[in-house]
Ligand binder design. Structure first.
Ligand code: NAP
Length: 539
């Protein structure tokens, strides 16, 4: 099964982030040859590209890390409760070195096509450097949030200052001293960066189209007690983590119902969870993600906090989200976001009152005014979940294009494979818990399932494995069915592709819960890869 001549491998892996690095390590463990192709000049994926000021993870550091190597866990010490982007990038570089991965990683190379050859049961990939690679397996480790949303504001090209996109930030950073800065967007990236930029710049004007719910991180050094507990009980904590719905011990779902609790007790519950910070609040009651009235009690609690923190009541009201249930868009986790609007050098422009018309040579023009700026920061998000897959011309059986087949929304079996695309694996693809889970946990589970599957196929001398259309149809139906009664379809979120003009409105991740999903994947494998067709390899 080994094919080691130049350009020919058992597996080609696209992307050197959390997913690709572990995938390479696992495939090597099976004795296979594999090579990663990565567009960046370094490894790290998300943590390589997103270097904007204030960038940090929103899951506690010890939970947002690999669990496959106890030695790695022993030797790596996280310094903050929510690790910063530089620390995460150091960690992923350490992993690349520690497991000797770099010799099979080709940087500054973008895979542009991947075509399946039915005659040989192999994939042929080409790169933007003109190389051609063939491989039995193709693993798309391209990330869920890796393709920037298209920033096509009229007049952008005429702006005479500097402008940056949060998700392709310059490696040397940006000096905001003395600058008037316009920030467009108020999602997680903006909410993390605005307080840091405001502390340095002369003035920051925030252009908000939709306010978001944000909860304080209460970041600080890693709590010594938590650290000691994880050291002593790591295997148990990891097991518990995998048994949760979101792949994290931070969200312990309440068993009672919000509307059956008294207002006083509810307030105390929300306050306790607000004090913990981050996603804890969403676990407050069992009905918060299925009952909009219950959800509104949590939303109102957060709106109350915004009104308490922000001194100007008009600004507070503009910052208070009212158009979607809390949690139906990913909650933001911040450090001093709302308080930043009490600073004299920060102002808020509500694009619901005055629409953004154009970028001018000197700033931003709305229907009401011109706002002068020296620097513009676009914090406008991503073409999520399908964007990176759509960037590669992927063709399966009969030359069918993945992108064309997904015109009405992505269709996968378990978010792992696609009917008609044999031996093509997606790490955290649409239809899997992915972005609704701690990504580190979701990625490990997928990488391990994929390498087990590849090992199983190889051991039986099979040539190809692919999802059956029937299993895929049933899974897509199930993914929609579990999302339908929840709050998630009620927001114009990137989970639904609603942030990208023209993208079909389909809820892409699986909301059935990580542990349920993991059990399903294990059961499928235990039943001889139920729902998959395998073809023997006569070649
Ligand atoms: P986002 O949540 O999609 O936010 C993009 C923002 O830009 C929104 O406020 C959006 O407004 C605005 N926007 C987009 N197009 C616009 C336009 N044409 N005119 C005006 N405003 C526009 O993107 P993100 O902040 O990069 O975050 C995306 C996801 O990445 C997060 O949900 C999270 O999963 C992940 N992330 C995580 C962290 C972390 O804490 N670890 C940090 C950053 C990102 P609308 O809401 O009206 O569309």
């Amino acid at each position: 099964m080994n094919g080691t001549e130049q350009g020919s491998y058992d597996a080609v892996i696209v992307g050197a982030g959390f997913s690709g690095l572990y995938m390479l390590h696992k495939l090597r463990g099976l004795g296979l040859s594999a090579r990663i192709y990565e567009a960046g000049t370094g490894v790290g994926g998300t943590w390589y590209w997103n270097r904007y000021p204030g960038a940090r993870v929103d899951i506690e550091s010890q939970e947002y890390s690999y669990s496959f190597s106890p030695e790695l866990e022993d030797e790596w010490v996280w310094s903050e409760r929510y690790a910063t982007q530089p620390e995460l990038l150091r960690y992923l570089n350490h992993v690349a070195d520690r497991f000797d991965l770099r010799r099979d990683i080709q940087l500054e190379t973008r895979v542009v096509t991947a075509h399946f050859n039915e005659g040989t049961n192999r994939w042929t990939a080409t790169t933007d450097r003109g190389e051609t690679i063939t491989a039995r397996y193709c693993v798309m480790a391209t990330g869920c949030l890796s393709v920037p949303n298209d920033a096509s504001f009229p007049g952008m090209e005429t702006f005479q200052g500097k402008s940056w996109h949060t998700n392709s930030w310059p490696r040397d950073g940006v000096d905001f001293k003395g600058q008037r800065v316009a920030v467009i967007g108020t999602g997680s990236s903006a909410i993390q960066s605005i307080p840091v930029i405001a502390a340095e710049a002369d003035h920051v004007t925030v252009f908000q189209r939709t306010p978001n719910f944000s909860i304080p991180a209460h970041n600080g050094p890693v709590d010594a007690e938590i650290s000691a507990d994880w050291k002593a009980n790591r295997a148990q904590r990891r097991k518990e983590q995998r048994e949760t719905g979101f792949g994290s011990l931070m969200i312990t779902p309440g068993e009672t119902l919000a509307l059956e609790d008294t207002p006083e007790s509810r307030q105390a519950n929300y306050q306790a969870r607000w004090d913990v910070g981050g996603f804890a609040l969403l676990g407050g009651y069992a009905d918060l993600i299925v009952d909009t009235d219950a959800n509104d009690t949590a939303a109102e609690f957060v709106r109350g906090k915004i009104r308490e923190i922000v001194k100007d009541p008009v600004v507070a009201e503009k910052l208070a989200p009212k158009s979607f249930p809390i949690g139906s868009k990913r909650i933001c986790v911040d450090t001093g976001y709302y308080d930043t609007f009490n600073r004299d050098n920060v102002s808020l422009v509500d694009l619901r009152d005055e629409a953004l018309e154009a970028i001018t040579t000197t700033g931003v023009r709305t229907t009401a005014a011109n706002y002068e700026a020296d620097t513009i920061v676009y914090a406008i998000g991503f073409d999520a979940m399908t964007g990176a897959l759509g960037k590669v011309d992927i063709r399966g059986r009969g030359g069918e294009s993945l992108k064309a087949g997904w015109e009405d929304g992505p269709r996968t079996y378990l978010g792992l494979m696609v009917a008609g695309f044999p031996n093509l694996f997606l790490v955290t693809g649409p239809g899997s818990p992915s972005v609704l889970c701690n990504m580190a946990v979701a990625i490990e589970q997928h990488v391990e399932w994929i390498s087990d599957c590849i090992g199983w196929v190889g051991a039986r001398q099979m040539g190809a494995i692919e999802a059956t259309a029937a299993a895929q149809d049933a899974w897509v139906e199930h993914v929609n069915e579990v999302a339908e009664p929840t709050i998630f379809p009620l927001a114009n979120s990137w989970y639904l592709g609603a942030n990208v003009p023209g993208k079909p409105r389909v809820f892409m991740p699986y909301i059935g819960g990580f542990s349920t999903y993991r059990d399903k994947c294990n059961e499928v494998a235990a039943n001889g890869y139920e729902g998959f067709a395998v073809s023997s390899d006569a070649r």
